[in-house]
Each structure stands twice: as structure tokens, then as C-alpha cells.
Design a protein around this ligand. Structure first.
Ligand code: ADP
Ligand code: MG
Length: 371
């Protein structure tokens, strides 16, 4: 478990940034769906750090946006600039190259992935980036599981501090790691990405509610017919060996059939069906009600399709109704869904990290903390 010390936290080190040129790594990697941007919570999350940095001389924000092949206009951070200015209530200059002079107090650098060296963890590139400032601040928890130049190498070249939101995310996840009793809701697409976490929490948690695409692989491994559902066949052997009465599974599903959709119980699913969503959740809610700490990562069904979003929506509303509990929600797709449904603000504790959250919970550290 990582314990950040006072001398690593921005909050306690005002003098170290006072009148200094600061590089601020953020995560403005928003998602575009039908012309609208989602993931605004990622910008909102850095407000405190932005306010604090008003005492610095000049700040250059670095972020990636999407996974561009070269300099695709679609992935220019120029497109996020107006939104970021509005949410953060600051003027942001824009730098489309490393050698452009920063004229404003706050400046946003073009998508760092427009330089192919970003993903190559390239020391020469890190050195170039380090010329942009005297101090480095990591306020991109959600990127901190990646060994990319601006998140992994750059901080090794400059005095580095962690922002307010970064600190909070570590604190929230440490609370989960320290918990003696908790429930984990694990959904989403693939079991392969979440298996280390599942195995670990089978030891720690009271119960794990398995759902989403992960569940399909589990059900198939246990000998149930899942038809055309999303399954990772290469994981079947390993998943078959998972044996625990802590794993809670649903038993009524909404499936996609040749003609439309149908409700089916476990055991009735046909070869031509595809599991899209959960239909019955009351037995699951009854168990979750007994828990004081609940962590949720990953949608329950194919949320991109309105017909299969009901399970995830019902779980969201159930969790919102559970007062005086520590409920932590994370995952890019999960938070994106809650934002679209205007429910995200009703959750007090969120982890902006999808992969970073999973990695930190599974390994209790992140690559950036390697010596
Ligand atoms: P998160 O980003 O919240 O961690 P994931 O990336 O693991 O979540 O998974 C999100 C995806 O899981 C969504 O695109 C959703 O369509 C998919 N999914 C959930 N349930 C199913 C299912 N039964 N079959 C296919 N895909 C599913
Ligand atoms: Mg995802």
C-alpha cells in the first residue's frame, strides 16, 4: 500500500511551487459520443490543484486524448480547450508544439500522444519535456498505471508532487485495501483484465457480485449454456478453478434473440441467445444491503444499447439509495454511463482511474512508484 508523505504532496509544499514554472500532468482524455464529450469529471477533479497553482508563475498542462495514429485533428486537445476553460474557470493558452512560448499563466500542450515517443517511454523525449518547467505535478491518477514518458519518466527528472485529487484517490483505495469487510461488484467486458483483482478480493471480501461480460465466461466455465454471449474462451481453464461461495451470481437475464429480446433464467439460455443484461437483482440487493463498504467497477450489461442498460441503471439507483455507506465507484465506462444518466454527482466517492484503480487494488502499488 502506498502511503504518500507530506513532502510528496502538493498540499504541503506551497513554497516549492511559489513563482515556479510548473508542469501539470492531467487526464483530459474525454470520450466523444454523438458529438458530446463525456468524462468531464476528470476535468472537475483537478479544480483544487488548479486553484492552488495560481501561486505558481506559469503552468503547462500535459494530457493525452484518445489513441491517435499521428496528428489526427479529431484528437487535438484544442477541441477540449473551451470545455476545460469553462469547468476550471481559467484562461488556457494553447501550445501546439514544444518550442512555442507559453504566454498565459495556464497553458495546455497539444495531445502528448501526437509525439510517438510518449508511448515509448523515451528518455530523450522526457528530457525535452522537462525543459517546460522546474517542478512536476502528477494530477492524473487514472494514467499512472502506464509506463509512458510524461507520466513515468518525466517525474524522474524533476522534483515531483502529487495533486489534491491524486492524494484523495490513493486515500479512497487504501480504505478499500484496509477494509476487513466489504462487497465487490465486478462487471464490465473481460474477465482477463480483472482476474488478478477477483482472485485477490476472493480472499478479502465477504462477497463478490460477478456480472457483465465477466460473468459469461464464468458461467460457461461452470458448464452453463451461454449461447452467443461474449466469452473469453482462452480463460475458461483458469476460471474453472475459481471456487468460492463468496461469488454471487444472478439467475435471470435479458438476452438478445434472433427476433428481439427475451427474459431467460439460468439454465434456459439457448445456443442462439446472447446475454445482454440482468433482469432480476433483488436477491443481490438483499445481500448488498448487509454491507457497509461496497466497491463497484464495470457495467452489468451492454450499456451502449438502451435495451440492455436497465440492470446497470437499477444498480446505480440502489447504491444511491444506500445512505451512510462507503460506496466507491470506478471504471471509465461505468463513470461515463453514470455521467450520461446524470447520476454521477450522486456518488460521493469515485475513482477516476479505470485501469489504474484495478492495478492499484490488485498490486497495491503503481509503476510510477518504482524506484
Ligand atoms: P469499465 O471501463 O467501467 O471498467 P469495462 O471496460 O471493463 O468497464 O467494460 C465495459 C463494457 O462491458 C461495456 O462496453 C459493455 O458493453 C460491456 N459489457 C457488459 N456486459 C456485457 C455483456 N453481457 N456482453 C458483452 N459486453 C458486456
Ligand atoms: Mg472500460
Amino acid at each position: 500500500m502506498i502511503k504518500l508523505r507530506k513532502n510528496q504532496l502538493l498540499r504541503f509544499n506551497e513554497s516549492k511551487i511559489f513563482k515556479k514554472r510548473v508542469i501539470l500532468r492531467v487526464d483530459f482524455n474525454l470520450e466523444e459520443i454523438e458529438g458530446d464529450f463525456y468524462g468531464k469529471y476528470r476535468i472537475e477533479a483537478i479544480r483544487k490543484t488548479i486553484d492552488f497553482l495560481k501561486k505558481a508563475e506559469r503552468i503547462i498542462l500535459i494530457s493525452h486524448f484518445g489513441d491517435p495514429q499521428g496528428k489526427e485533428k479529431k484528437y487535438s486537445l484544442r477541441r477540449i480547450l473551451p470545455l476545460a476553460q469553462k469547468i476550471l474557470k481559467i484562461r488556457l493558452g494553447f501550445l501546439d508544439d514544444l518550442n512555442k512560448e507559453a504566454k498565459d499563466k495556464f497553458n495546455l500542450l497539444e495531445n502528448i500522444r501526437f509525439w510517438k515517443e510518449e508511448k515509448e517511454n523515451n528518455l530523450e523525449f522526457a528530457k525535452k519535456l522537462s525543459n517546460l518547467g522546474e517542478v512536476f505535478i502528477n494530477e492524473a491518477f487514472s494514467v499512472s498505471h502506464r509506463k509512458h514518458t510524461s507520466i513515468y519518466l518525466l517525474p524522474k527528472l524533476l522534483p515531483t508532487y502529487y495533486g489534491f485529487n491524486f492524494e484523495r484517490e490513493i486515500e479512497l483505495l487504501n480504505k478499500v485495501l484496509k477494509a476487513k469487510k466489504l462487497a465487490f461488484i465486478l462487471g464490465g467486458a473481460k474477465i482477463s483484465t480483472k482476474l488478478p483483482l477477483l482472485k485477490k478480493f476472493l480472499k478479502k471480501a465477504d462477497l463478490i457480485f460477478l456480472t457483465g461480460g465477466l460473468l459469461n465466461t464464468y458461467l460457461k466455465a461452470k458448464g452453463f449454456e451461454v449461447g452467443q454471449s461474449l466469452v473469453e474462451d482462452e480463460m475458461l481453464e483458469e476460471v474453472k478453478r475459481l471456487r468460492s461461495d463468496k461469488i454471487l451470481i444472478p439467475f435471470r437475464f435479458k438476452v438478445k434473440t434472433k427476433r428481439g429480446s427475451e427474459i431467460r433464467s439460468l439454465g434456459e439460455i439457448k445456443k442462439t441467445d446472447k446475454i445482454g443484461d440482468l433482469e432480476e437483482l433483488d436477491n443481490i440487493f438483499a445481500e448488498l444491503k448487509k454491507e457497509k463498504i461496497i466497491v463497484w467497477n464495470g457495467p452489468l450489461g451492454i450499456i451502449e444499447n438502451k435495451e440492455f442498460e436497465k440492470g446497470t441503471l437499477r444498480l446505480s439507483k440502489f447504491l444511491i439509495s444506500q445512505k451512510n455507506k462507503f460506496i466507491l465507484v470506478g471504471g471509465g465506462d461505468t463513470l461515463g454511463f453514470l455521467e450520461r444518466k446524470k447520476l454521477l454527482k450522486k456518488f460521493k466517492f469515485i475513482s477516476t482511474g479505470g485501469g489504474a484503480m484495478l492495478d492499484y487494488l490488485a498490486k497495491e502499488t503503481l509503476p510510477i512508484f518504482e524506484k
